[in-house]
Design a protein around this ligand. Structure first.
Ligand SMILES: Cc1cc2nc3c(=O)[nH]c(=O)nc-3n(C[C@H](O)[C@H](O)[C@H](O)COP(=O)(O)O)c2cc1C
Length: 331
């Protein structure tokens, strides 16, 4: 098994901490589809294709979103150690197969915002519990929109009654189509339920409640507990779509960074969030979603945002399992 080594002026222990931060990123079903190669002058972020969910995420789009989120956490961690991260997305021949390469771009003193985002990394969780009815105020909405913009992406807030109704319809339609797909169902099953000592997947304590037919927004069924009487879902969560301005793998990685910045910003504001990514995963529904957003934006994932009670953390694989051999792929 590969060992964590020093790089970018960091000790092995600091590198381990930085990679631990990266691995706390969200991923579909907590599949953690990332790997890292640590070389003396850089850290490479690679997709772990063995961990792609072939039925749920056929073209690897969500794998790249998750890797983008891990990249954002890694950037923050390096900034926390006083390093300005110099990032190349899709480095090509410089690091074949990598989604991104991070080098040392000099010294940096993290500002208050960066420090707050870094502190939010271990506190951020996907929260599938019902939210309180209180709405998200304009100041907080603005902060979330700004977070996406700072990562060269866009957060489309679903606002009008008509838009909300249309989104609910798209989520429901995509969900029903996925329910008919044995591959999607099998992937969900393999990452949920009681899996003692698992270092990936969604444990029952994080699964929220079992969806019911009268629910307005249809969430995934993570083999969750039956609903406790009186624990109904909020009527009006803030729903927002993480979007990019263009298509392609680079946009996916960039949108993943934006998604993570939005989620961490939400955490710093005391907000909770969960995902409803079904309409992005089912191709014909994704096209409809794209048209619903005015055709100029590329939708990446839907977020439900509001205030809730705390939830436990999901497990992660140890950093040593995420390391690739430090072979220099160019030599
Ligand atoms: C691209 C993407 C899509 C996701 N889609 C869903 C979803 O449709 N429903 C859901 O409940 N969670 C979804 N999640 C959340 C993951 O299940 C969650 O990140 C993972 O279980 C790890 O838990 P954590 O976010 O609490 O660290 C998604 C996450 C990502 C990154």
């Amino acid at each position: 098994m590969a060992e964590v080594t020093a790089t970018l002026g960091l000790t092995p222990e600091q590198v381990r901490l930085a990679l631990t931060s990266a691995s706390l990123a969200p991923s579909v079903h907590n599949s953690q589809p990332w790997r890292f190669r640590v070389l003396p002058d850089r850290i490479e972020l690679h997709p772990d294709h063995d961990r792609r969910l072939a039925a749920t995420d056929p073209d690897g789009h969500e794998l790249r979103l998750a890797c983008g989120a891990a990249l954002f956490n890694l950037r923050l961690a390096l900034q926390g150690f006083g390093i300005r991260p110099l990032v190349t997305i899709l480095p090509g021949q410089d690091a074949p197969g990598a989604l991104a390469v991070v080098r040392r771009g000099g010294v940096l003193r993290p500002d208050d915002e960066m420090r707050a985002l870094l502190k939010a990394v271990p506190r951020r969780r996907t929260n599938r519990r019902p939210f309180f009815e209180s709405g998200v105020d304009g100041r907080h909405r603005h902060a979330l929109v700004r977070a996406a913009e700072l990562e060269r992406s866009w957060l489309y807030v679903v606002d009008t009654r008509e838009e909300v109704a249309r989104m609910k319809g798209l989520v429901r339609r995509a969900h029903l189509l996925q329910q008919e797909d044995p591959g999607v169902r099998a992937e969900l099953e393999s990452f949920t339920g009681d899996r003692p000592d698992a270092t990936d997947g969604i444990p029952p304590a994080s699964a929220g409640f079992r969806p019911e037919t009268q629910d307005e927004w249809i969430f995934r069924d993570f083999q969750a507990a039956e609903r406790v009487a009186g624990k109904d879902y909020e009527s009006n969560p803030l729903v927002a779509v993480v979007c990019s301005h263009y298509n392609g793998q680079l946009a996916d990685v960039q949108a993943g960074q934006a998604m993570q910045r939005v989620l961490l910003t939400a955490t710093t504001l005391g907000l909770s969030a969960s995902f409803m990514s079904q309409p992005v995963e089912v191709r014909p529904v994704r096209e409809e979603l794209r048209r619903a957003l005015g055709s100029m934006l590329v939708p990446h994932t839907l977020l439900r945002i509001g205030y809730s009670t705390p939830v436990p953390a999901t497990p992660r694989r140890p950093v040593t399992e995420l390391l690739m051999e430090p072979t220099n792929s160019r030599s």
